[in-house]
Design a protein around this ligand. Structure first.
Ligand code: PBG
Ligand code: ZN
Length: 327
C-alpha cells in the first residue's frame, strides 16, 4: 500500500487552489461597523485611542467615510450611535431625531443600495450604561425593557434601516421586536439577532468607542458565560423560534468552536462578529512590527469563514477593501 502524501495537493498554486475548501473573501461577506456622534461640529472625527484606525464621526464625516469605502466596494454597514444626552430610560435610542435615525436616513438617501444594519441596544443611551432598565436594586429588568427595544427597532426602520440587530440579550426581545415591526407594517424587514453573545472582555475597546461601559457592575446577568458552548444552541434555537432571520455569534475568533456548532445546528445565515478587542490585538501587534498584520488579518477572517460564518462583521472591512483583498 502506498503511503498517504498530503503534500501532493500542496505542490503548486494551481493544485492548492483546486483543493481549497474555503473560498476567498467576497466583498458581500463584509460588514463595516461605524460610530456616529450627535454633534453640531460637522468636522468632528475623533480617533478612538484603543482602536487604531477607527473613529467616532459626526454625520457629515461618517458620510465621507462611507463614500470612500462605497467606492471601494462596501456593501453593508452596522451603525452605532452616541447620543447628546443619556438618561435612565434611554430616550434618545428611540427618538425620531436620534442620531442613528438621522444617520440612517442620510445614508439611505445617498447610498440607496447599501445595506444598512442598525444595532438595537440601550446601553449607549442609558445614563448607567446597562443594556436595559434598572430596578431599585440595580439589576436589569427584562420584561420592562422589551417595549423600549421594540420602540427603538421600529424607529430605526421608520428612518430607513434595512435590518435591525438587537444586541441587548434580554429574553424575548426578538419576539417583541418582530411583533412591533409587524404591527407597524414592517413585516418584510428582517431581524439579525445577536443570539449568541458572551460576557466578554474583548468588548473593552468598543466601550471606549461607544462610551457605553456600565457605570457599576457588569453584563454577566444577561450576556452568556464564556464557559458555555451547549447554551449557545439553546439561545440560537430560541431566537429562531421567536422570528430571527439571521444570527450573530460574538466574539468570533475565541468562539470559533461555538460558531461551528451553531452553523451545524441551524439553517439561517450565521454572521460572525470579530469584535473590537480582536481587531485591536491584531492592530497593536501589527503596529509594533511583531506580526505581518495583513496576513494575520486575512487569516483571522478566513478562519471564521472556515468555522462556518456566512458573513463577517469586522472593523477590518475598509482595510480589506482598500488593499483589494476581496473578489
Ligand atoms: C451593545 C454592543 C456591544 C458590542 C456590540 N453591541 C458592547 C457590549 O455589549 O458591551 C460590542 C462590539 C465590539 O466589541 O466590537 N450592547
Ligand atoms: Zn447594550
Amino acid at each position: 500500500m502506498s503511503m498517504y502524501r498530503g503534500r501532493r495537493l500542496r505542490m503548486t498554486q494551481a493544485l492548492r487552489q483546486f483543493a481549497r475548501e474555503t473560498e476567498p473573501l467576497l466583498r458581500e461577506d463584509l460588514v463595516m461597523p461605524y460610530f456616529v456622534v450627535d454633534t453640531e461640529d460637522a468636522t468632528y472625527a475623533k480617533a478612538i485611542p484603543s482602536m487604531p484606525g477607527q473613529y467616532q464621526y459626526s454625520l457629515p464625516k461618517l458620510l465621507e467615510a462611507i463614500a470612500k469605502a462605497y467606492d471601494m466596494g462596501l456593501q453593508a454597514v452596522l451603525l452605532f450611535g452616541i447620543p447628546k444626552a443619556k438618561d435612565p430610560m434611554a430616550q434618545e435610542a428611540y427618538a425620531e431625531d436620534g442620531i442613528v435615525q438621522k444617520a440612517v436616513s442620510a445614508i439611505k438617501q445617498r447610498f440607496s443600495d447599501l445595506l444598512v444594519i442598525t444595532d438595537v441596544c440601550l446601553c449607549e443611551y442609558m445614563s448607567h450604561g446597562h443594556c436595559g432598565i434598572l430596578d431599585a436594586q440595580g439589576s436589569v429588568v427584562n420584561d420592562a425593557t422589551l417595549p423600549l427595544l421594540a420602540k427603538t427597532a421600529v424607529s430605526h426602520v421608520q428612518a430607513g434601516s434595512d435590518m435591525v440587530a438587537p444586541s441587548d440579550m434580554m429574553d424575548g426581545r426578538v419576539r417583541a421586536i418582530r411583533d412591533a415591526l409587524d404591527r407597524a407594517n414592517y413585516t418584510d424587514v428582517p431581524i439579525c439577532s445577536y443570539a449568541v453573545k458572551y460576557a466578554s472582555a474583548y468588548y473593552g475597546p468598543f466601550r471606549d468607542a461607544a462610551q457605553s461601559a456600565p457605570a457599576c457592575g457588569d453584563r454577566k446577568a444577561y450576556q452568556m458565560d464564556p464557559a458555555n458552548g451547549r447554551e449557545a444552541l439553546r439561545e440560537a434555537m430560541a431566537d429562531i423560534d421567536e422570528g430571527a432571520d439571521l444570527l450573530i455569534v460574538k466574539p468570533a475568533g475565541p468562539y470559533a468552536d461555538v460558531l461551528a456548532r451553531v452553523r451545524d445546528a441551524v439553517t439561517v445565515p450565521v454572521v460572525a462578529y470579530q469584535v473590537s478587542g480582536e481587531y485591536t490585538m491584531i492592530r497593536a501587534a501589527g503596529l509594533n512590527g511583531w506580526i505581518d498584520e495583513e496576513r494575520v488579518m486575512m487569516e483571522s477572517l478566513l478562519g471564521l469563514k472556515r468555522a462556518g460564518a456566512d458573513r463577517l462583521i469586522t472593523y477590518f472591512t475598509e482595510t480589506v477593501l482598500a488593499q483589494g483583498l476581496v473578489r
